[in-house]
Design a protein around this ligand. Structure first.
Ligand SMILES: NC(=O)c1ccc[n+]([C@@H]2O[C@H](COP(=O)([O-])OP(=O)(O)OC[C@H]3O[C@@H](n4cnc5c(N)ncnc54)[C@H](OP(=O)(O)O)[C@@H]3O)[C@@H](O)[C@H]2O)c1
Length: 247
């Protein structure tokens, strides 16, 4: 099966790095016209030029509803519509219970929950029958690793969003699914592991039933499938892309 996204327009939030970058590249290779967003002009511009295929870079912070409204309007004017939304931008901030301060809480909840809500609500008026929305979850919502309670709660929120929203928009023919990766080798994972990076990656490899952590491209392949008409009857689902870790 070849995934064909010709004539589709896609928005990937957080498309300048890691998983979002790989998704934007994959959707472009499948034929979609792709817009990526991020907060930093330089990184978003250079990501768009290495993705190629006319990728449209837009500076927009998902925590700001007006910036997401403007981003969607620009996509409509420049690319002529919107059919695929990948709400990928997300952040973490580790802290054990008792040390979760307002700043960490607001950052993680603001980006991962409100940011996804802003992205989907801004896009919704432009989406028609056959559109696909993919929310980026995480096995962190299931595994409950220590110090990651707020992150895990926001990612569990993706399940609640998807399952509720498909009922809210019943009859519009728009699908919403969640893709939940395990540990994926990206800049944010390396940052989170800090100076112990290599030995921590060895430990993650060891824990994995498949013997290694994942690549951004392995997540992007699944997102491309959910985005495509090949997944036309899959709605409100969550798929773990974790090499079997959850089992
Ligand atoms: N890596 C993993 O192991 C893993 C596992 C499970 C789930 N995930 C999820 O996958 C997604 C991507 O993670 P990643 O590892 O690829 O992260 P990453 O490499 O750090 O990339 C994050 C992207 O999001 C953008 N971003 C961050 N805050 C933003 C905001 N407020 N508004 C707009 N863009 C924003 C960043 O650009 P700017 O900073 O320039 O804005 C960047 O493009 C996240 O939702 C994460 O929770 C990752």
């Amino acid at each position: 099966m070849r995934i064909d996204l010709t004539a589709k327009v896609a928005l990937v939030t957080g498309g300048s790095s890691g998983i979002g970058f790989a998704i934007a590249k994959q959707l472009t290779e499948c034929g979609a016209a792709v817009a990526i967003t991020g907060r930093t002009r330089d990184t978003i511009d250079s990501a768009a030029s290495s993705i190629g295929g006319g990728c449209l870079p837009i500076v927009a912070d998902v925590t700001q509803a007006d910036e997401m409204d403007a981003a969607v309007q620009r996509i409509g004017e420049t690319l002529g519509g919107l059919h695929i939304v990948v709400a990928n931008a997300g952040v973490g901030a580790n802290a054990p219970l008792g040390e979760i301060d307002d700043q960490k809480f607001e950052k993680v909840v603001g980006t991962n929950l409100k940011g996804v809500l802003n992205t989907v609500q801004s896009a919704l008026p432009m989406l028609g029958h056959g559109a696909s929305i993919v929310l980026m979850g995480s096995t962190g919502s299931f595994e409950a690793p220590s110090t990651m309670s707020v992150y895990g709660a926001t990612k569990a929120g993706m399940r609640a969003f998807a399952k509720t929203w498909i009922k809210d928009i019943k009859g519009r023919g728009i699908r919403i699914n969640v893709v939940s990766p395990g540990a994926i080798d990206t800049p944010s994972l390396r940052d989170a592991l800090g100076s112990d990076g290599d030995s921590a990656i060895d430990a993650l490899n060891e824990r994995s039933p498949i013997g290694r952590i994942g690549t951004p491209e392995e997540v992007a392949n699944v997102v491309a499938f959910f985005a495509s008409d090949s997944a036309s009857y899959i709605n409100g689902e969550e798929l773990y892309v974790d090499g079997g870790l959850k089992v």
